[in-house]
Design a protein around this ligand. Structure first.
Ligand code: COA
Ligand code: MG
Length: 304
């Protein structure tokens, strides 16, 4: 699976940003038809996204399109027109505000129908955005609703609105949290989403950080998401990509430690033992699983 460390969101109606995104270092580029596009530009954004999908080079990227929410007049056309016209280029459709498994079934069957009608490949996945109380409640049913679901993503601002949480910063995307709550305000929501994604063998992606000029805050937010088991984080500005990629890339020290743990485990197995000591710390089979995961990640990224 291609890495999904940084996921750059790009407004669908702003063509010059599409070219910039295609050349960026983001692992995933998401062309957005939802909340970054004003109402009067919904139709033109759809056409612009199709043009960009067809005319820019996405071969080194995972490229996705976020359609409008299914309770709007735009969503069904977004999906049908984008996929009919540019489907073979697309890796996934991002569904905002997914509330029930039925939302996934709807998109899944439309995608199947379009693939049958076109006779082309049927490769398009789904990313389900968990950004309502109902969506989080049903996260397990949502992630298991179709093999097309590859990732769950946390939508921090809409989730805050959905539960009536206090708006802390102007963007509502993760700033000054520690001033309001002594701990990680989104620990439960992110952990629940991560647990449901991982139980289904899928990836979990954190929400974007809204203050794109605050690199330290972005880093802190990314480090916490990584610690909670997220595989990547959304970005809203190209200036956020490098820090996110770095945080979600295993460090040289981590890789060396993982190699030591794996090696020690081999030696322990040969000696008929389950737990051994590495650098003064206990290493058992759980530690070996963690180390093996990190090694696999590093291998995907071409680091080992
Ligand atoms: N994707 C691609 N390029 C982007 C970009 C993005 N998300 N955000 C900014 N850029 C480009 C700008 O076009 C500009 O390019 P230029 O130097 O060639 O003119 C450059 O990066 C610097 O942009 P900057 O002036 O710092 O930002 P801005 O004030 O123009 O825009 C935002 C700030 C937040 C409005 C803009 O980053 C944005 O629209 N982000 C995406 C929002 C979004 O998708 N929201 C929905 C998901 S939560
Ligand atoms: Mg949202």
């Amino acid at each position: 699976m291609k890495p999904r460390r940084s996921n750059l969101s790009v407004p669908g109606h702003v063509a010059k940003m599409h070219a910039k995104a295609a050349e960026s270092a983001a692992d995933v580029v998401m062309l957005d038809l939802e909340d970054s596009v004003p109402l009067e530009a919904k139709e033109s954004a759809r056409q612009q996204v199709i043009d960009s999908l067809l005319h820019l080079d996405w071969s080194k990227k995972t490229v996705t399109v976020r359609i409008n929410a299914l309770d709007t007049p735009f969503a069904y056309r977004d999906l049908i027109e984008v996929v009919e016209q540019a489907g073979p280029v697309l890796d996934a459709i991002v569904l905002p505000k997914v509330n029930h498994e039925g939302d996934i079934h709807f998109a899944d069957r439309l995608l199947t129908g379009i693939a049958l009608a076109k006779g082309g490949p049927d490769q398009i996945g789904l990313e389900a955005s968990i950004e309502t109380a109902v969506g989080l409640l049903h996260a397990s049913a949502i992630v298991n609703a179709s093999p097309r679901v590859k990732t769950l993503v946390f939508g921090i601002a809409d989730y805050s609105a959905s539960i009536g949480a206090r708006l802390v910063s102007i963007s509502g995307h993760g700033e000054k949290e520690e001033e309001l709550y002594p701990g990680h305000r989104w620990h439960f929501a992110i952990s629940k989403m991560v647990m449901n994604a991982k139980a289904a063998g899928k990836l979990a992606i954190d929400a974007p950080y809204g203050n794109f000029k605050d690199e330290e805050g972005l880093r802190r937010s990314a480090v916490m998401a990584c610690a909670l088991g997220c595989d990547g984080k959304w970005a809203i500005h190209p200036g956020q990509i490098a820090a996110i990629n770095e945080v979600f890339t295993p460090s040289k020290e981590d890789i060396e430690l993982a190699a030591k743990v794996i090696q020690a485990n081999e030696e322990a197995k040969n000696a008929g033992r389950g737990a051994v000591a590495v650098e003064g710390r206990m290493v058992d089979q759980a530690t070996v699983r963690l180390a093996t995961q990190l090694w696999e990640q590093a291998r995907h990224l071409g680091l080992v």
